[in-house]
Design a protein around this ligand. Structure first.
Ligand SMILES: [Zn+2]
Length: 224
């Protein structure tokens, strides 16, 4: 069995389940490094890396970045010293093919995925969360029309900027994002279940409750 570190985790869950929020919490609580596919793309594009240039060709065409490009970015990223204690993968793997590639690259390092927490959220809750989201055009602060409403309708509390709805959060787009998740990414739940790595956390609950449930469930596994 693997030694105490690195502790690599894969967060699985649909858009709107709160993966980013939970990953950031786990990063600070467990001292692991959060790696999100979005951050990886942005970093590679900004630094004009070879992989970044390659990804840009697809992004500019409006196509998905191929698995092998994404996988190469991850492979490069996890070599760095800040990943030595372990990584929280957020938004990667997105497909079964990526999950298998991740297992292979970790095996080459003599490590493995230790636990895969799945944030389980109902469609109604996801749609409600995402379509109610509003973002400040100026500073990027995030609100929700019901659960985290600004003091003045449509105006940012922080900077007074105008709040808008991202095109990603329009009802038709949210349905399509869910469709893509079910088709492409949800098979990961079965994949990690079969490896006895899956723990399910009810993500319909308030954020604080989900945090506590996550820490408890993960602690029970990695504390072994
Ligand atoms: Zn603002």
């Amino acid at each position: 069995m693997a030694s105490a570190y690195p502790i690599h985790l894969v967060l699985v869950g649909p858009p709107g389940a709160g993966k980013g929020t939970q990953a950031a919490m786990l990063e600070s609580q467990l001292g692991l490094k959060q790696i999100s596919s979005g951050d990886l793309f942005r970093e590679n594009l900004k630094n004009h890396t070879e992989l970044g240039q390659l990804a840009k060709i697809y992004i500019d065409r409006g196509d998905l970045v191929p698995d092998n490009v994404t996988i190469a970015m991850v492979e490069d990223r996890i070599q760095r010293p800040d990943c030595a204690r372990g990584v929280i993968f957020d938004g990667f793997p997105r497909t079964l093919e990526q999950a298998r590639a991740l297992d292979e690259m970790l095996a080459l390092q003599g490590s493995e995925i230790r636990v895969a927490p799945a944030l389980v959220a109902s469609d109604e809750v996801i749609i409600d969360r995402l379509t109610g989201r509003r973002v400040c055009r100026n500073c990027g602060a995030v609100y929700h029309v019901c659960y985290n409403a600004p003091k003045v309708d449509g105006v940012c509390d922080v900077c007074g900027g105008e709040l808008c709805q991202r095109s990603d959060d329009l009802p038709e787009t949210v349905r399509n994002r869910l469709y893509v998740y079910y088709k492409q990414t949800s098979p990961l739940i079965g994949y990690y279940y079969a490896k006895d790595l899956l723990i399910r956390v009810d993500a319909d609950q308030p954020i604080e409750t989900v945090k506590q449930a996550m820490l408890q469930a993960i602690g029970a596994v990695i504390g072994k």
